[in-house]
Design a protein around this ligand. Structure first.
Ligand SMILES: [Zn+2]
Ligand SMILES: [Zn+2]
Length: 308
């Protein structure tokens, strides 16, 4: 696995040297995460051809904030951290972590928050999800985690993912202080949960200024990948940068000729308000352009699933 997560007590025991200047991993800070995202989505909606969709997703992000505070999560992750560190696996691996009933409680609470806000097709989708059995919901969650998008309709997927994402973000937020991360190779997957990035962000400020982090589309953790290196295949020789308006645009796409993929980069320095999920969604015109150029996306936005 890319970045290894080691329980804190084992680090002290083995006297492992982890004096890294650059933090390899930033665990999610949930305070204000969803309200910032919702505000950014609403702001970007004003001058966007997809404005209605951005406002729709802002409503979901606001509901995630309420659900997060209504359903706090307590969980002892220590045994799991020890075990996954031994195996060199991400502690919250979407393919192996057993899910308990918490995420379905989050989903039903999310549906209850959203129903009064939605009309037409979206309301019908919510009512449909509300009636789904626990097994059906589990099957949809597994299908999304297996990239089997044909098995979940694209209008249901964002709601399922929104609940799973709050669950995973709550778990990821319980790790800091209990574990530390170390470097390795192959950083296209999240070192916490093994999902994929939504986009990457070049931070500003004294602590992480100028450093590029990939933002997880599920657990909201961020992991470091050096700039000028393809995040998908680690090649460096055929990278190009694309933007729609100008050289100084806060959103660019980094394309790699070696593996034929691209990932967006958001520059906080050019706009301190950039937010991974919102700015990615608001720049779909750039995705269309990249596809025209023959590149495919190496990332996935939580509000935009391929689906049927
Ligand atoms: Zn993750
Ligand atoms: Zn590549």
């Amino acid at each position: 696995m890319s970045i290894r997560i080691i329980p804190q007590d084992e680090l002290e025991k083995s006297d492992r040297k982890t004096a890294e200047m650059i933090p390899p991993l930033l665990f999610p800070r949930l305070k204000n995460l969803y309200s910032r995202r919702a505000a950014r989505l609403r702001q970007l909606a004003e001058k966007n051809p997809l404005g209605d969709y951005l406002r729709f997703t802002a409503v979901i992000a606001s509901a995630q904030e309420i659900v997060l505070y209504d359903h706090p999560l307590q969980m002892d992750l220590h045994a799991r951290l020890v075990e996954t560190a031994r195996q060199g696996k991400p502690p919250l691996d979407i393919h192996t972590l057993p899910r308990d009933g918490h995420w379905q409680r989050l989903l039903h609470s999310l549906i209850a928050e959203l129903k009064p806000e939605m009309t037409g097709q979206a309301l019908a989708v919510l009512e449909n999800l509300e009636k789904a059995s626990a097994q059906e919901l589990e099957a949809m969650a597994s299908a999304l985690f297996d990239n089997d998008f044909a098995r979940v309709s694209s209008d249901k997927a964002p709601f399922i993912w929104a609940a799973l994402s709050v669950y995973w973000a709550q778990m990821a937020a319980l790790i800091p202080g209990k574990a530390r991360a170390e470097y390795g190779e192959q950083r296209q997957f999240c070192p916490v949960c093994a999902s994929v990035p939504v986009t990457s962000i070049v931070h500003m400020g004294t602590q992480h200024g100028g450093l590029r982090y990939l933002h997880c589309n599920l657990c909201e953790s961020e992991w470091y990948v050096v700039r000028s290196k393809c995040t998908n295949c680690e090649q460096t020789r055929d990278l190009h940068y694309w933007s729609l308006d100008s050289e100084t645009a806060p959103v660019k796409a980094e394309s790699c000729g070696d593996c034929g993929t691209y990932l967006k980069m958001l520059y906080q320095e050019k706009d301190p308000a950039v937010e991974p999920v919102a700015d990615d969604l608001a720049s779909l015109v750039l995705d269309a352009r990249m596809e025209q150029e023959g590149f495919s996306r190496s990332s996935l936005n939580p509000f935009l699933f391929p689906g049927e």
